[in-house]
Design a protein around this ligand. Structure first.
Ligand code: TAP
Length: 487
């Protein structure tokens, strides 16, 4: 594959025009597989640019909400077609900008296209109910109306799918949006917004302002004309956004971290459990909110599982995700790599046994990137830091238990509750897991890191206890209900 060498500067997109930030400041976006490769330069915008984008969005939304849902959906269909025509280019940009392999980036872009088409169809589905009144001469019904202007604040790990799964429902239900993507993947975000531009959305409906979260994200959170914030990212930032929105009565949706367990029962298909654990833990270099990070195994199969897991892990090819045959790319940034290395040291200090990995990958082709080995810790106990905190890297903690009751207790012994899997052939074990596991996404005999776009997505506890995204659930957040009584 030939890598684009042009070092383009990417602008903000406000009211249908590409504009440079008044700050005059830009920042290079670097390829984590080779930091000498500058993917592009992005704007480091100011609060004033957020104000301009929100003002224009507020004006434009007044006409947008008057269109039929079907007409708004037609714009999403067009955006899907444009994105499809640029799939390879945008996937390549994603791989260069945050490191996931090209096939994974293509898969994510294809998911973005499917989400756009799903929500385009939503423009023709119901937005209210008729509720029987006690007054026989009255008609009572609900009608869902848009919030107005929605701020979309997104992380770097799914730079196409996450912005789209927030923007598509926001738009089809009649809102205007201002997107603030993570700095690490702002070039990919700009390309996604170009697809919306090419689809012909009216000026002001889709806006992009790039820059630092503490400036742009905070300005969106505090803005009196932003009626809702949809956020995916870390817990610390999410909680601040929630408090900011609560203080001024704005709606907020927070999708945050995970510490996702896989339970392997003594009666499990071990090969399947191993394969799924590898995919769940190491795909995207472990940088998924749903990534498997704890594997809780019944003693009877512990050694067999461990042996097979080690053998499969040894087969993983690490490198630049644009190259053929590479299974795992680098960590997305230097900061992310340092976080992973910090947790690996913590694991060793607290007495876990390092079974595999634990180091940066060095040598020719690796020294200019943020490559880390897939890492497995043995003899982990639930109180250890590596069993409690989200690492967001390719690190697995193996925990041995005597029975499934203990496994479930340990699985629930974290502050997060996003996704969880069990591998078992016993129906009773499956049902107990479904009933007692504190997680929003439950999978049985299947990898933990995956969800279909038409199904609700979200977690319990600190992961995202009060909202769900995707599928029909998105309607709850992106609309308000009016109850209408007609006599
Ligand atoms: P964060 O550091 O929280 O950043 C997420 C976004 O928030 C970025 O755009 C960031 O901007 C912005 N931000 C930072 N400070 C802000 C502030 N004070 N006010 C408003 N916005 C602010 O997360 P990340 O490192 O990009 O992403 C990794 C995290 O996302 C992990 O914890 C992961 O579990 C979580 N995640 C969750 C899910 C779901 S669906 N639950 C999915 C994917 C990822 P800048 O970074 O550009 O400054």
């Amino acid at each position: 594959m030939t890598v684009e060498t042009k070092k383009e500067t990417y602008l903000n997109y406000v009211n249908g025009a590409w504009v440079a930030s008044a700050s005059g400041e830009t920042k290079p976006s670097l390829n984590p597989a080779n930091v000498n490769d500058v993917v592009g330069y992005v704007q480091m915008s100011t609060k004033e640019e957020v104000d301009q984008a929100v003002t224009q969005a507020k004006i434009a939304q007044k006409a947008w909400k008057k269109l039929s849902g079907n007409d708004r959906g037609a714009f999403l269909y067009k955006a899907a077609d444009v994105l499809e025509s640029r799939l390879d280019e945008i996937a390549e940009c994603m791989t260069r900008e945050m490191g996931k392999t090209f096939p994974e980036a293509k898969g994510e872009t294809a998911r973005g296209i499917a989400i756009l088409r799903y929500y385009a169809g939503e423009g023709l589905r119901k937005v209210g109910d008729v509720i029987p009144s006690t007054d026989s001469k009255a008609l009572m019904f609900t009608s869902r109306v848009p919030l107005g202007v929605v701020g979309v604040i997104t992380p770097w790990n799914f730079p196409v799918a996450i912005p789209i799964w927030k923007m598509a429902p926001a738009l089809v239900y009649g809102n205007a949006i201002v997107l603030k993507p993570a700095q690490e993947t702002a070039v990919t975000a700009a390309k996604v917004i170009e697809c919306f531009e090419q689809a012909g959305f009216p000026p002001g409906i889709v806006n992009l302002v790039t820059g630092s979260g503490s400036v742009i994200g905070q300005a969106l959170t505090d803005h009196p004309d932003v009626n809702g914030i949809t956020f995916t990212g870390s817990n610390g930032v999410g909680k601040g956004i929630g408090q900011g929105c609560l203080a001024r009565g704005a709606k907020y949706q927070l999708e945050m971290g995970g510490k996702n367990p896989v339970i392997v029962a003594a009666d499990a298909d071990i090969d399947l459990a191993v394969e799924s654990t590898i995919a769940g833990a190491f795909r995207s270099t472990g940088q998924k909110c749903t990534a498997t990070s704890r594997v809780i195994i019944e003693a009877a199969v512990y050694e067999t599982f461990k042996e097979k897991l080690l053998a499969k892990t040894a087969e993983i090819t690490i490198g630049n995700g644009l190259e053929e045959g590479i299974w795992m790319g680098p960590s997305a940034s230097e900061g992310q790599l340092n976080t992973v290395l910090h947790y690996i040291e913590k694991g060793k200090e607290e007495g876990a046994t390092l079974l595999a990995g634990g180091n940066c990958v060095t040598g020719e082709g690796y020294d200019d990137g943020y490559f880390v080995e897939p890492t497995i810790f043995d003899n982990v106990t639930s109180d250890m830091t590596i069993a409690q905190e989200e690492i967001f890297g390719p690190v697995i903690a193996l925990i041995q238990v005597n029975n499934l009751e203990d496994a479930l207790t340990i699985a629930n012994d974290v502050e997060f509750g996003l996704s969880a899997s069990i591998f078992t052939s016993n129906i009773q074990s499956m049902l107990s897991f479904v009933e007692d596991m504190e997680a929003g996404l439950i999978r049985i005999n299947s990898e933990s890191a995956g969800v279909e776009l038409q199904a609700p997505f979200g977690g319990m506890k600190q992961s995202s206890s009060h909202s769900r995204e995707q599928g029909e659930a998105a309607k709850e957040f992106f609309t308000s209900i009016k109850t209408v009584f007609v006599k």
